[in-house]
Ligand binder design. Sequence first.
Ligand code: FES
Length: 108
Amino acid sequence: MTTPRWTDLAAFDELPDGDVVGRVVDGLEIALYRLGDEVFATDASCTHGHASLCGGFVEPDGSIECPLHQGRFDIRTGRALCEPLEQDLRTHAVKLEGGRVWISIAQA
Ligand code: FES
């Protein structure tokens, strides 16, 4: 098992609650979501047509709606919730430390 490599992505305070922002890690666009006191991270690219979920809409139930065809994913698990999605979204580990948000990119 490999040791996770953590990357400092943002200050917690700069993330808008109930919204999504984009960051790039090692050339990969990541979507960061703040839901109250928690932060979650997924690939930003929709598994359906590769639209960026950073332009999507965070719903009150903790899902992200894709801006292109309105597919929805569970932000916490990456699970595809409705058509036209057929494939779940990859999620990444997040930790909060010293007021900063750190991410460990999941292996493909
Ligand atoms: S590109 Fe996201 S639902 Fe089609």
